[in-house]
Design a protein around this ligand. Structure first.
Ligand code: F6R
Length: 612
């Protein structure tokens, strides 16, 4: 999704800005641009397409200046084009604005400024901000103009702005779209960015801008203000990610690297959190809310996409082992229905890798307004969701760069197993069951390793089925959500149309699709619903659809029922999704390659969906 970088210091701004944009490339975008400022003019370059295009233009026509802002755009208002790319200028070309988020009342504002004689060049909501600032700045400082404009804006924004009137300053403002401020090591250069990843080559010291805050970056430092123009105090924090984590480290793709990191990811998620003697999970992030958790009568889990599917698996665990009724909701639905929540006896778990997904953040705020306890299961430390939840458990997956979630999903499901132990042991789960789950979690990383060693075989399978027009994934109970996740992964990176079904649902409609051209991927490891899935697979075979099965190691008996097989080690049923999803991730990855697509950056998608 859109990215922002801003720089003030003594280096060539364009170099710093392009490097920053490259570090944000993984988030998905369709155009890019940058602008620098001095007292005479703003120099601007912006192009549709990749950052490499922007960089080539800058190489041919260098952009001078040591103060500047830059942006990667993911189109919302108006298609990707040079004109719609950011930064946007006012009529005079003296103010430049980059913007993440959506201005909801932009139509009304646009009409108003056109009536006042402004000429708009683009179809974007962002450009109106440059013209509104131009209106206000006639008899004001930029800062005063900015405060007057911000109160007119409805919707969400992370903004960075420069102006020829005050050429040694960058102005920034946030409502609903994340921004961080970076302080150079010697405090002689300063940065603003929508994601700390953009500035990790330059500094580790950052401050998170809060909603409805404004920042002014100058050569002497950074000042922050609330919307009522009072100074605010900010804490300096450290970026938790390293440059190495943001690079491919010898792998051809980030997604491949991230799939291979999964053994370590599970190790990190459970590290220091298991008591193997008592069968307990030790979750420090929940210690302040233990009493409220003990009295819980119901839980709601919200998230989007893969995060919601991880939550669905979590709901099966929590109901089976912690005896808690759990309701799982897509965040985008939760926030607009009228959820009935009892603030005394209910809590909401908010699941998000990025911690910035607009719908999930919206759902969290809706729940907070209703007064229920909010718990985050989040990867990105310092993200909005991590900071706004009452308590939480970080999944510690490390930065996930590929658009398709793999290691974060596995880490989220692992954390749900820990939460199940934590809440279960408070409400009747025996010590021996707790110990059994803990022991099995401990050996999962080795089992994941065994699956990853089948990579070459899965690559061949992917090539065999890559040109099927459609694919179906089926599973039951814990693995119904894995079937949905497998189909989601397949469609999002390979563009092969794939659907996931709870296997028992086939007969209620989808079975009409089955014929020899439709491969069915069946999750049929040995668990409590194995026989049921086997019957469903028999039904599939009867319609002559090819079956690719994920089966338990050594289960040779299934061979006669299936066309192809991927083996996974045996584990507890509740933990089986952590293993079963891995061959499906690999299958999707190699299918994307076989179909000639880049799995890391699927078309039309963004890593972090910060608009509704
Ligand atoms: C799918 C995928 C998405 C995300 C979803 C939520 O591979 O990555 O479905 O899971 O957009 O994102 P987060 O977890 O950042 O809130």
């Amino acid at each position: 999704m859109c990215g922002i970088v801003g720089y003030i210091g003594s280096r060539h701004a364009s170099g710093v800005l392009i490097e920053g944009l490259r570090r944000l490339e993984y988030r998905g975008y369709d155009s890019a641009g940058l602008a620098t400022v001095d007292s005479k003019e703003i120099q601007l370059v912006k192009v549709a397409g990749k950052i490499a295009n922007l960089s080539s233009v800058v190489q041919v026509n260098p952009i001078s200046g040591t103060v500047g802002i830059a942006h990667t755009r993911w189109a919302t208002h108006g298609p990707p084009s040079d004109i719609n790319a950011h930064p946007h200028l006012d009529c005079q070309g003296t103010i430049a604005v980059v913007h993440n988020g959506i201005i909801e009342n932009f139509d009304k504002l646009r009409r108003k400024i056109i009536e006042s004689g402004h000429q708009l060049r683009s179809e974007t909501d962002t450009e109106v901000i440059a013209h509104l600032l131009e209106e206000q700045i006639q008899n004001k400082t930029f800062e005063e103009a900015l405060f007057s404009v911000l109160v007119q804006l409805e919707g969400t924004f992370g903004l960075a702005m420069i102006c020829t009137n005050e050429p040694r300053k960058i102005f920034a403002a946030r409502r609903g779209s994340p921004l961080v401020l970076g302080l150079g090591k010697n405090r002689d250069e300063f940065f603003v960015a929508s994601d700390p990843a953009a500035i990790i080559s330059y500094t580790q010291d950052i401050m998170y801008l809060d909603d409805n805050e404004v920042a002014v970056l100058s050569d002497s430092g950074v000042e922050t203000f609330s919307l009522d123009r009072n100074r605010t105090d900010k804490k300096i924090e450290s970026i938790e990610i390293t440059v190495g984590e943001m690079e491919r480290g010898g792998y051809s793709h980030f997604m491949l690297k991230e799939m291979h990191e999964q053994p370590e990811v599970v190790t990190n998620a459970i590290r220091g959190r298991l008591d193997f003697t008592e069968g307990l999970a030790v979750l420090g992030g929940l210690s302040d809310v233990v009493d409220q958790l003990r009295d819980l009568k119901r839980l709601t889990i919200v998230g989007c996409g893969s995060a919601c599917l991880a939550g669905t698996i979590g709901s099966y665990m929590l109901e089976e082992y912690a005896g808690l009724p759990v309701n799982v909701q897509l965040a985008s639905e939760f926030r607009y229905r009228k959820p009935i929540l009892d603030p005394k006896r209910e809590a909401i778990i908010v699941v998000s890798q990025s911690g910035e997904t607009a719908d999930t953040l919206g759902a969290l705020r809706e729940a907070k307004q209703k007064g229920v306890l909010t718990i985050g299961v989040v990867n990105a430390v310092g993200s909005s969701i991590a900071r706004e939840t009452d308590a939480g458990v970080f999944v510690h997956a490390g930065p996930e760069i590929a658009v398709a979630s793999t290691k974060a999903f596995v880490a989220q499901v692992t954390v749900f197993a820990l939460l199940t132990m934590f809440l279960g042991r408070m409400r009747g789960m025996s010590r021996s069951v707790g110990v059994k789950i803990a022991e099995e979690l401990r050996v999962l990383p080795h089992k994941i390793d065994r699956i990853l060693r089948q990579e070459e075989w899965i690559r061949l399978l992917a090539r065999k089925y890559a040109h099927s027009p459609n694919m179906v994934f089926i599973g039951r109970k814990y693995n119904a959500a894995v079937a949905f996740e497998g189909a989601l992964k397949m469609k999002e990176i390979s563009y092969l149309h794939a659907e996931g079904f709870a296997a028992g649902e086939l007969k209620h409609g989808p079975m009409a699709l089955l014929d020899p051209s439709l491969p069915v991927v069946a999750l049929m490891t040995r668990d409590s619903v194995f026989e049921k899935v086997r019957s469903n697979v028999e039904e599939v075979r009867a319609r002559r659809a090819p079956v690719i099965a994920v089966v338990s190691e050594g289960d040779e008996e299934i061979l006669s029922l299936t066309d192809d097989i991927m083996f996974v080690p045996r584990t507890l049923e509740m933990l089986s999704p952590i293993l079963n999803v891995i061959p499906l991730q690999m299958l999707a990855f190699y299918t994307a390659l076989a179909r000639g697509h880049d799995p890391d950056q699927p078309r039309n998608l963004a890593k972090s969906v910060t608009v509704e």
